[in-house]
Design a protein around this ligand. Structure first.
Ligand code: ME8
Length: 524
């Protein structure tokens, strides 16, 4: 049986159109999903939207429509965005899907019956835009510590989940399984900020929020955000329904990828809920850093504040999904915060995609065309020291890429892939095929050189495909390979069929005039 790989994004709030920040997580997960498919695994990639709560109601009211109408338009836009960015998800869950609502009700009732949920009174400072209650001491200058806006004191009857009982089991979990929460630095944050000071029980219902899933046995209450949202990872697989085939096959998740601000919910609340239900825990939770725009995270409600054009709906038609996907994976060190700027994006486009990858492919293809009529040269293995050095270099980087992907480090993986392209370009400068072509009897050597370059391009392109699926698929097709096949003899340097003519390739990433593009984007 094939190995399985189950990966999830957060389910995003459709309180407004999704942003480049949401796109980041979705792209990263797509890279991991695609790479694992190339490795031959049976991949299930889940994404979706978190549709209940006050924020959505307010946004709908502001737009003058009911919640459902409002949500449908945002969800249509979200699905278009994922299509634009070449996101290959297997399932899109909406928390307003009937099967999810029913399963969440069941989960809530089961936790209540098992004694993990009880009725009490909630008091606290409530931030409506963030849908968060805060204690007095958490407020900053009397305002919401997350968004800095006004909060109001609220008191209501509510159900609570006994999170306070799980501290020791969570500590044991982090101790026993050092891969559970990544990057590892986030473990200290959880332990020092939340577990050591003592976990409080979690408020899991509201009487004041009507746009939500009603508690089965007390319908005055709606199930409050996290206990509705987190179970999406299992309800999407059929947990709580009559058909649990997918759940049996794919759970536990191999990784939940999330932004660092919701690590607390995924590394404390979610495992506690699963422990209470007696369900196996996800294997890993990865809390990546933030993309900062001029030093700011820019939540959905603040996106309009930036002067830079950061809307993928505008950027993709201009520069391609490949370029955005590559830029985000390469520029933000995975796990840490990183800055996005238009200038950095355009600079990477030229330096990496156009000059490095694009140029390597285009000059190699041109030389094959010029010297061998575009036909893949037949040749025996070469013992030339330059060739051996290049092959050894490529083999080592292939190993690195696989290891980085296994440890979820997409930035290091893509750097290793580009090391291959850089090394191949350096090799061209060193062996100077154009000079070899002029030597008498140089044909055998020329064949070796160009054949090796084509094989190195094949290997690098196969690896790069998960990051930039469009341009790479064109290259693989031009090499007479099936872009949809899994990795096949990746490290071999005799994979291409000799004697076959290469397909035509246009310019993959046309060089940009950065100044002109910056002006164009600024004027949009
Ligand atoms: O939190 N940099 O939804 P949300 C990096 N519904 N990632 C970013 C980002 C940025 N600047 N901005 C957003 C929710 N993200 C809940 C989740 S899950 C059961 C429920 C990404 O719409 C990042 O993944 O606020 C972050 O965690 C997520 O979007 C927040 O999305």
């Amino acid at each position: 049986m094939k190995d399985k790989f189950y990966i999830t994004t957060p389910i995003y709030y459709p309180s407004n159109k999704l942003t480049l920040g949401n796109s980041y997580t979705t792209i990263v997960c797509d890279v991991l999903a695609r790479f694992n498919r190339k490795l031959g695994k049976d991949v299930f990639y889940l994404t979706g939207t978190d549709e209940h709560g006050q924020k959505v109601s307010q946004a709908a009211a502001k737009a003058g429509v009911d919640e459902k109408t409002y949500l449908d338009s945002i969800i249509a836009d979200t699905k278009d965005l994922w299509a634009l960015l070449d996101i290959s998800y297997n399932k899109f869950i909406r928390t307003t899907d009937e099967y999810h609502e029913k399963a969440v009700q069941k989960i809530f009732t089961e936790l209540y019956k098992k004694g993990y949920i009880y009725k009490g009174t909630y008091k606290g400072w409530y931030c409506t835009p963030c849908e968060s209650f805060w204690t007095e001491s958490q407020l900053i200058d009397g305002k919401c510590p997350d968004c800095g806006r006004e909060v109001k004191f609220q008191e209501e009857e509510a159900y609570f989940f006994k999170l306070s009982e799980f501290g020791d089991r969570l500590l044991k979990l982090y101790n026993d399984n050092t891969e559970f929460l990544l990057p590892k630095s986030r473990v200290n944050e959880m332990v020092n900020n939340f577990i050591k000071p003592g976990l409080s029980d979690l408020c899991v219902s509201r009487t004041s929020v009507k746009w939500g899933v009603p508690v089965e046995f007390d319908p005055n209450h709606t199930i409050y955000v996290w206990i509705d949202a987190l179970p999406n990872y299992i309800t999407a697989l059929g947990y709580g329904s009559n058909d649990t085939t997918l759940f049996d096959k794919y759970w536990p998740a191999d990784v939940h990828v999330i932004g660092k601000e919701i690590v607390r919910f995924h590394a404390i609340v979610w495992p506690a809920i699963l422990m209470a239900l007696g369900i196996e825990l996800p294997k890993r939770v990865f809390g990546h850093g933030w993309i900062l725009f001029g030093g700011d995270k820019l939540s959905k409600s603040k996106t309009a504040l930036t002067k830079e054009c950061i809307d993928p709906r505008v950027l993709v038609p201009l520069y391609s999904a490949d370029a955005i996907r590559y830029m985000l994976c390469r520029e933000i060190p995975f796990g840490s915060d990183g800055n996005y700027s238009t200038e950095a994006f355009l600079t990477r486009f030229n330096a990496d995609l156009s000059n490095n990858f694009g140029n390597l492919v285009s000059r190699t293809f041109s030389m094959v065309k010029k010297y061998f009529d575009g036909v893949v040269p037949e040749c025996a293995d070469s013992e030339d020291p330059d060739d051996i050095a290049l092959k050894d270099f490529v083999k080592a980087e292939v190993k690195n890429v696989k290891e980085h992907i296994a440890s979820l480090d997409i930035t290091k993986a893509v750097i290793s892939i580009f090391n291959i392209f850089t090394e191949a370009n350096t090799y061209i400068q060193k062996v100077q095929p154009w000079a070899v072509a002029k030597l008498e009897g140089g044909e055998t050597r020329l064949k070796q050189i160009l054949r090796l370059l084509l094989e190195v391009i094949r290997i690098g392109t196969e690896l790069f495909q998960s990051f930039a699926p469009n341009a790479t698929s064109k290259v693989l097709t031009a090499l007479n390979l099936d872009p949809n096949s899994t990795f096949d003899d990746l490290e071999s340097f005799h994979q291409l069929e000799a004697g076959k003519k290469l397909g035509e390739l246009g310019i993959l990433f046309p060089r940009l005039d950065i100044k002109a593009e910056m002006e164009k984007l600024a004027s949009l």
